[in-house]
Ligand binder design. Structure first.
Ligand code: 4NP
Length: 153
């Protein structure tokens, strides 16, 4: 069976979506689920850059090295390439909809809508805060990664 392809999307692709990518890779790997995972930003601010150092630190505390990830921008082809495109907040969802060519195969969802009891909640943007915001992001993306793995299994 071909592996499921999941793309996590935020604004800059340096804070939230790289952590979502890492959490989902980890959760899928732990239960032997074959997936292809990537992340992207709707903006082009950080194309080619590594994740924010605070995201790198948070992932490292969780035993994961994301320093090799590089930012890229969401593009229309992604809607043909991926099975799922998952945004972090309502602003991301509006930006994702603007890129959607309309004839792709991807199902588009907001991350915490996948988590029972968390529906409608946004993953807060930690960019302008401190390290504690990145720990909150990690908690959110981990809960969603586990819910996604349960769904795909
Ligand atoms: P992200 O956070 O969307 O979670 O990667 C942000 C990163 C960069 C900016 C805003 C949010 N920025 O304005 O550069």
């Amino acid at each position: 069976m071909p592996s499921t392809k999941v793309l996590f999307v935020c604004l800059g692709n340096i804070c939230r979506s790289p952590l979502a990518e890492a959490a989902f890779r980890k959760a899928a790997g732990e239960c032997g689920l074959e997936v292809e995972v990537d992340s992207a930003g709707t903006a082009d601010y950080h194309v080619g850059e590594p994740p924010d150092p605070r995201s790198v630190d948070e992932a490292r505390q969780q035993g994961i090295d994301i320093s090799g990830y590089r930012g890229r921008q969401l593009h229309a082809d992604d809607f043909h390439e991926f099975d799922f495109i998952i945004g972090m907040d309502r602003s991301n969802m509006a930006n994702i909809a603007r890129v959607d060519p309309g004839d792709g195969r991807a199902r588009v969802a907001m991350l915490l809508d996948i988590v029972p009891g968390q529906e409608g909640r946004e993953v807060a943007d930690p960019y302008y805060g401190g390290a504690e915001g990145f720990a909150r992001t990690w908690a959110d993306v981990t809960a969603a990664a586990e819910a996604l793995v349960d769904r795909f299994r």
